[in-house]
Write a protein of this length. Structure first.
Length: 375
């Protein structure tokens, strides 16, 4: 049931707004974003530092990740076809071999035995591009969604997620909004629920990889692979799966030095870098420490540009990823939709000030004899 929220916007001015169904209000705050101190034996990752104060206004966010059933309704209503189902164009990527352009997605496939984790390209020992893989076939073309209606939708790109959000009258959360919501008021703590991985010594509070990554998942946390939404306790704000299960798209472009740049010119409600970068560009930056990349690296197709993902997934393991922490950051690339990445939506809070402004514009347009919105 929708609940009534009273939003104080200006002194003496009050607006009543119903919370959208399936969403909660996150009150605006100034909080410590990023990671000041890493987990024991796991130093902070450079992209999460320096920890810094950031201010975010009120917003709504969905209580759980968008499910297969919800995404199905969107597809039925609009006829939308995801990137993984469409494939990629030879016109956009003329140098790519034909097999690299076919419809499909990256599917996790654990190797039969232990493998080297840190070597360059090691991830291709457990990730396979599978033709026919998509949100409808999250484990490959022979799989389907029967019995998985309540699982988070996966194999969706940033563009796919944005299209759904627009259809739903919502948007993707910014990175700063997402972290504020994930922390649940527990500023500076290592996990969504506190500083101990297993507070009672035995109960897992998120869907992660247990056992030996990547070849042996014991499912000690209750699941091997993705889990249905709400399988684990919510955080203090009533939000489910803000840690683990599947990665979640945010609206921001990803850069490893976002925080370093932000603290030079901090602003409220940051929306991330103005320009996106690709994996080759990041490789240049990590090796040389600057963004003076050659022209051929700058000239990248929009689908090559990286966007922030948050929350970690069922593949996060203490020896390799450990990114199911609220301060952790990662990225998605729309050239590679994967079956560990989904999303949830956010929505801006409409204040009385904005409504008054909209009314004034409407009245002005009528006086000028122009239809509302005409220029």
């Amino acid at each position: 049931m929708k609940r009534l929220i009273l939003l104080a916007t200006l002194p003496g001015l009050l607006i009543a707004e119903k919370a959208p169904e399936g969403m909660v209000l996150i009150k605006g705050a100034t909080y410590l974003r990023g990671t000041a101190k890493g987990a024991p034996g796991f130093p902070p990752i450079t992209e999460e530092q320096p920890a810094h104060k950031v201010t975010v206004s009120d917003f709504y966010i969905e209580t759980h990740e968008v499910t297969n059933a919800q995404f199905q309704k969107f597809v039925e209503a609009t006829g939308y076809i995801t990137q993984a189902e469409r494939g990629w164009s030879k016109k956009d990527f003329p140098m790519a071999p034909p097999e690299a352009l076919r419809p499909g997605a990256l599917i996790f496939s654990g190797p039969p035995s232990a493998v080297e984790l840190q070597a360059q390209g090691a991830e291709w020992q457990w990730w396979k591009f599978v033709e026919g893989g998509s949100w409808k076939h999250p484990l490959g073309h022979d799989s389907d969604l029967k019995g998985k209606e309540n699982y988070p939708v996966v194999c969706v790109t940033w563009e796919d997620a944005s299209a759904y959000a627009k259809w739903a009258g919502k948007r993707l959360p910014t990175e700063s909004e997402w972290e504020l919501a994930a922390r649940g008021g527990k500023e500076g703590q290592l996990y969504v629920w506190g500083n101990e991985k297993l507070p009672d010594g035995k109960t897992f509070l998120a869907n992660m990889f247990t056992g030996e990554f990547p070849h042996y998942d014991t499912a000690k946390d209750g699941f091997a692979g993705a889990a249905p939404i709400k399988s684990y306790p919510p955080n203090a704000f009533g939000l489910y799966d803000m840690a683990g299960n599947v990665w979640e798209h945010c609206s921001d472009y990803y850069r490893p030095d976002t925080y370093t740049d932000f603290i030079k010119n901090p602003t409220a409600n940051p929306r991330g870098p103005k320009n996106g970068v690709s994996q080759p560009m990041i490789g240049w930056f990590m090796n040389r420490g600057n963004w003076d990349v050659p022209t051929e690296l700058k000239d990248q197709h929009p689908l090559s540009l990286l966007h922030v993902t948050r929350g970690g997934s069922f593949l996060c393991h203490d020896t390799y990823c450990l990114r199911y922490r609220p301060g952790a950051r990662h990225y998605s690339e729309s050239l590679a939709p994967a079956n560990h990445t989904g999303f949830r939506c956010a929505k801006s809070v409409v204040t009385a000030t904005k409504e008054k402004s909209s009314e004034r514009k409407h009245d002005s347009s009528k006086k000028n004899g122009a239809p509302n919105g005409a220029k």
